[in-house]
Design a binder for this molecule. Structure first.
Ligand SMILES: Cc1cc2nc3c(=O)[nH]c(=O)nc-3n(C[C@H](O)[C@H](O)[C@H](O)COP(=O)(O)O)c2cc1C
Length: 351
């Protein structure tokens, strides 16, 4: 037991990272929570009703603690896309036989927060910012633990100052979107090995290390650097229980995953994924594409059709830098491998 496992009411210091954009599944969350870790679900694209139903489904799947994750909206998110932004993508729309979207619709964040309070999951985690004080106070009253995500020491200190219960320190090795919220992403790219000890020194709440951790050695290193637990994303994304497209999962388990890039091209917000033809062909527009959620909406029909076709050259193949270190393709077996490593490390009679 340590400060984090005690707080979260779990056995292993292992969190399955939440996946936004439809890549989380209740099955993966339940498998990890039942196996003694903390299963998570990225719910940022769900509306209030969707979140209430999700929490009920999670409760029906596992009796253990689980975590629901939301994105905090950032100031100035565009609600419309310019014609020039659509025109840039017209060759892809034409090739795939799809149309650009007519509007950019995002779930209402206040409604999402109200749904969290109403459905009261054991844990709610946040990325891209800190939810407002009124919500955090109400969550505390209802016994919902809240975790914040930090990409810098400054952000970790802000998460603690807001009264959140734990901080996920996300190094730039991590797959998926960067969660920087106090400074621009390019000023907030701290690698996991540099970030963890500095965050552990700066805060007194439990620290969960994220980014590039996928096997027992990574867990041991993170704990040695001062983390109380780890959050593994890519390693669980590569399992059969995740919602990743089969070609995405196969790419994570191939040599292609050795080459990842940080790109804004798929969503308008910087994220790490495996390099493919789309990011290479569009590289000149990295800083031109509109911010999230506008670019994300413009790319949705392209990504959906690419998924139908299983075309990995057009898909957003989110991945961290350690995909090659992932274990079994079955989430339950993978967690058992990590558990075995931890118990061997804790037993002085075993080499
Ligand atoms: C496909 C994908 C989607 C993700 N979506 C979210 C999300 O919605 N919210 C969040 O807090 N973290 C998200 N993350 C980050 C993970 O939860 C986790 O912190 C990260 O993957 C850890 O680094 P690793 O990929 O090197 O294991 C995502 C990661 C991936 C790979």
């Amino acid at each position: 037991m340590n400060a984090f496992t005690e707080l979260a009411g779990i056995e292993l210091p292992i969190v399955q990272g939440p996946f936004g954009g439809g890549l989380s599944t209740v099955e993966l969350l339940g498998t990890v929570s039942d196996g003694g870790g903390l299963g998570s679900y990225g719910a940022h694209i769900l509306d209030g009703q969707g979140i209430v139903e999700l929490v009920a489904a999670c409760r029906a799947r596992t009796r253990r603690p689980f975590n629901i994750n939301l994105w905090v909206p950032q100031p100035g998110e565009p609600t419309a896309a310019a014609d020039a932004d659509k025109d840039r993508l017209r060759p892809y729309y034409a090739e795939l036989g799809v149309e650009p979207p007519h509007e950019i619709a995002m779930p209402d964040h206040a409604e999402q927060l109200a749904a969290i309070l109403e459905s009261a999951p054991p844990i709610a985690s946040f990325v891209m910012g800190i939810p407002d004080a009124g919500f955090l106070a109400a969550a505390r009253e209802r016994g919902i633990l809240t975790f914040g995500t930090a990409t810098t020491v400054e952000e970790a200190v802000a998460v603690q100052a807001a009264g959140m219960d734990a901080v996920v320190a996300s190094g730039s090795d991590a797959g998926g979107h960067r969660g920087a919220f106090l400074r621009p992403v390019h000023e907030s790219l701290v690698g996991t090995f540099s970030l963890i000890p500095q965050v552990a020194q700066a805060v007194s709440i439990p620290v969960v290390a994220a980014g590039g951790i996928a096997d027992g050695r990574g867990i041991a290193a993170a704990l040695l650097l001062g983390a109380d637990a780890v959050q593994i994303g890519t390693g669980f994304l590569a399992t059969e229980q995740s919602g990743a497209h089969p070609v995405h999962r196969a790419a994570l388990r191939s040599e292609r995953a050795r080459t990842t890039v940080l790109t804004r091209l798929f969503s308008g917000r910087t994220a790490r994924g495996i390099a493919n033809e789309f990011v290479r062909d569009m590289v000149a527009f990295e800083s031109d594409v509109p911010a999230y959620p506008a670019q994300n909406a413009l790319m949705t029909p392209i990504r959906q059709r690419a998924a139908q076709r299983g075309d990995l050259e057009l898909l957003n193949l989110w991945s961290g830098q350690s995909a090659a270190l992932a274990g079994s393709a079955d989430a339950s077996e993978y967690l058992a491998q990590l558990r075995e490593y931890l118990s061997a490390a804790a037993d002085p009679n075993r080499s």
